[in-house]
Design a protein around this ligand. Structure first.
Ligand code: PEP
Ligand code: MG
Length: 324
């Protein structure tokens, strides 16, 4: 699939209306990094850090993590890599951590909730990231932030980690960006001040959708029941894009849907100008995006919404089949 799109691999993604859409890739392993060149991704929009914790039978050491993150940055060769701090809990349980019996793990003690309540691992991870950067630019985001205070507290952990590194005489990142994943509907309605303070946001569409529709992403029975192009969900996402535009907050979308061409076109049309997806999806998504006018797709979405359709999918598909 990568060869098929080779001719557009190294050109920036610009839609037919002239709108620039940045395409990044998701990763989680050292072995994913060669795809950065192969896929034409502009950077790594989401580096999931869980795997290094899951594949071991004991907690990794800070030095091991720092070496691994350094190799990721080396392989990225100056391209932006957004490291997401540990999202453990819910479906991802560490073999060496005491399991906590929770009736609803997806709604339970996971991700940044664990990171703030028991900050040892988060602190170790932040220190490993700072050491790995060793003066290079660094981007870090926190998973599953549900309210402003959680972001502030996590950001304070980063500030403390930096202070510690400074005292120890280590080189600090030349540039540091600290952001949050928007995966719970509550964060979309956070105070304006949150949008001003956070340095960037990335919509975790997999989780955001499961909580928006109250439909378990792991449950085959309900998983596919609600279309991502459902008018309610799309309108919700559009509201987030509008809020971010009004505060100048950089926004991206990194759930699986970003890698589906029709979904990607609709997300770009409602104002999401940065998408992160599996490397193999970049070619097909770019190929379609470069052939469509996003303003025209936006008009199709608005008209379907006006007509009271439940999903804009058939209207958009019809428009695309008529114009391409
Ligand atoms: C998401 O929730 O959309 C996301 C990107 O994170 P994960 O799939 O790892 O939960
Ligand atoms: Mg998630």
């Amino acid at each position: 699939a990568l060869e098929r799109y080779a001719s557009i691999r190294d050109v920036p993604c610009v839609a037919a209306c002239g709108t620039r859409v940045a395409l990044n890739m998701n990763a989680g392993l050292m072995a994913d990094l060669p795809s950065l060149q192969g896929s034409g991704a502009e950077g790594v929009g989401l580096f999931r850090t869980e795997l290094q914790f899951l594949v071991r039978n004991q907690m990794p050491r800070r030095t091991e993590l720092a070496a691994l993150y350094a190799r990721v940055l080396d392989a990225a060769d100056g391209k932006r890599v957004v490291f997401r701090t540990l999202d453990i809990g819910s479906d991802k349980v560490l073999p060496y951590m005491k399991p906590n019996d929770e009736p609803n793990p997806a709604l339970g003690w996971r991700a940044i909730r664990v990171g703030l309540d028991k900050p040892g691992v988060l602190r170790m991870q932040l220190q490993a990231l700072l050491r790995a950067a060793n003066g290079r630019p660094l981007s870090v985001m926190f998973p599953f932030v549900a309210q402003f205070d959680e972001y502030r507290a996590a950001r304070a952990e980063m500030d403390k980690a930096i202070e510690r590194e400074r005292i120890l005489g280590h080189t600090l990142p030349e540039r540091l960006e600290v952001g949050a994943m928007l995966e719970t509907p509550s964060l979309a309605f956070a105070p304006k001040k949150f949008f001003e303070e956070v340095q960037f946001l990335s919509i975790g569409g997999n989780d955001l959708k499961q909580f928006f529709f109250a439909a378990d992403r792991e449950n085959e029975r309900v998983r596919r029941r609600y279309d991502t192009l459902n008018v309610s969900f799309l309108t919700f996402i559009e509201g987030i894009a509008d809020r971010c535009a009004s505060t100048g907050t950089h926004l991206s979308f990194c759930g699986e849907d970003a890698g589906r061409p029709i979904e990607a076109v609709c997300l770009a049309a409602i104002g999401i100008r940065c998408l992160s997806m599996r490397p193999a999806s970049i070619g097909p998504v770019k190929h379609l995006l470069m052939r469509v006018r996003l303003d025209a797709v936006k008009a199709v979405i608005d008209a379907a919404r006006e007509r009271g359709e439940q999903s804009v999918r058939s209207a958009v598909m019809q428009y695309l089949s008529e114009t391409l």
